[in-house]
Design a protein around this ligand. Structure first.
Ligand code: PMT
Length: 399
């Protein structure tokens, strides 16, 4: 169930006896590698304690919409933005009805309304409540709006009756959650992705670098693998674990990144340059630690090779995607880079200031290609990566 690795799954638990099974669901999702957060309706807390979910998920449980402490930590909008997938399990008849009408007077319904994450529910209720045409209409309305409806199953019910209305088993729900992320966008395609900063030595103990954490590039690698690609990730020095099934090549300087990429770029279908490559390096790094015996010092810098431009200029270039990190005039500079480097696409983001993409968990992108534009709204880097890959696949497979 590798598709769930590192996914942000937000579990909504509503009031019903099946809520006890949701504890096992949290455990299974976490075992499959997902990061799980739980939100509960007030009725749900009557069946299972929030503490149970907190212990199993390793995260605080969210229960209140208007709780100043919760809003100061991860408020409902952040929670909505954090989620890659929202699963409401069990979904009671009442919550289903409230979701249909866009109610937002408790945390669960407000978060569902405010999120563009994939959404699924596992209904659980008495068989006659399920069969009631009102519930059937409500479920059909949600399905038409993109909700995945998982179940319910049939069998003995807690109320003593037998029939449809049982929540699906946690193992089944976990398998369906994994399926949500399965995609074949890049099946059989080879991608080379760069990530992180480079370091340019001044002397044996000091270097020039920048604030890149590698998170954006690693998210792209993870999502590309989930979409069926074979991925080589050439990364500068970062503190991130390798995504599963990715071939990782560690480098330090721009020169090393250049060599590692150029060895592989002629043989790949898509190249994505997410790395924040340091543009200039000291012309002659000192052999020994520089002593502070002068009030000022001047260091001569020389240009590093432009890896992205060289890949785009290959005789048979892959589909080449650059990033543009800008502090102002984002659109103007991004388009200039698209043209100057002869790229197939460029993804621009803001760096510096409060909205900086550097080292953040979220990002938003303006994406340009010859004759086209798309905007990817602020979301987790995983989600942003998935949307960027969809745009790349669209352009790559055009005509
Ligand atoms: O790593 P994170 O903390 O998650 O932050 C993500 C990010 C902000 C680093 C990322 O989203 C991003 O914007 N990466 C590109 C940073 C950058 O160097 O931008 P640039 O505008 O200076 O360079 C333009 C493009 O040329 C980039 O694709 C860059 O990888 C490439 N380049 C630049 C110089 C060089 N010598 N070789 C290159 O390949």
């Amino acid at each position: 169930m590798q598709q769930l690795a590192n996914r942000h799954v937000l579990l909504g638990v509503t009031g019903g006896i099946a809520a006890y099974k949701s504890a096992d669901l949290v455990r299974r999702l976490a075992e499959a590698g997902a990061q799980v957060r739980v939100m509960m309706t007030r009725a749900a807390t009557e069946f299972v304690s929030a503490l149970t979910f907190q212990a199993l998920s390793g995260n605080p449980v969210h229960t209140e919409l208007l709780d100043p402490r919760a809003e100061a930590g991860m408020g409902h909008i952040e929670l909505a933005r954090w989620a890659d997938l929202i699963v409401v399990a069990p979904a009671s008849a009442d919550t289903i009805a409230r979701l249909v009408h866009g109610r937002a007077d408790d945390l669960l319904t407000a978060v569902c309304l405010a999120s563009d994450a994939a959404r699924a529910m596992a209904p659980a209720m008495n068989r006659l409540m399920w069969a009631n045409p009102v519930t059937q209409d409500n479920v059909a309305a949600l399905a038409a709006r993109g909700w995945a409806i998982w179940g319910p199953g049939e069998g003995d019910q807690a109320c003593g009756e037998t029939g449809p209305g049982r929540m699906l088993e946690p193992a089944d729900i976990t398998a369906r959650a994994a399926q949500i992320f399965a995609s074949e966008l890049f099946t059989g395609q080879r991608l080379v992705i760069t990530a992180g900063p480079t370091r340019e030595a001044l002397d044996p103990v000091r270097y020039l670098s920048n604030h890149s954490s590698g998170k954006m590039g690693f998210a792209l690698a993870r999502e590309a693998v989930a979409a069926g690609a074979q991925v080589t990730l050439v990364t500068g020095p970062v503190h991130l674990a390798s995504p599963e099934r990715v071939t990782r090549v560690d480098v330090t300087s721009a020169g090393e990144m250049h060599d590692a990429v150029l060895q592989r770029a002629g043989d790949c279908d898509v190249f994505i340059a997410t790395a924040a490559v340091v543009d200039y390096r000291p012309a002659s790094p000192a052999a020994h630690k520089i002593k502070k015996d002068r009030d000022t010092m001047t260091v001569e810098l020389v240009r590093n090779p432009d890896i992205l431009a060289e890949v785009a200029a290959l005789e048979h270039p892959p589909f080449t995607v650059g990033f543009a990190a800008e502090t102002y005039a984002v659109e103007r500079y991004a388009k200039a880079k698209l043209d100057a480097k002869n790229l197939n696409m460029i993804a621009a983001n803001q760096v510096g200031g409060a909205d900086s993409a550097f080292d953040a968990d979220d990002n938003r992108l303006q994406v340009y290609w010859p004759g086209g534009y798309a905007s990817i709204e602020r979301a987790s880097k995983n989600k942003v990566a998935r949307q960027l890959l969809e745009l790349i696949a669209e352009q790559l497979h055009k005509d």
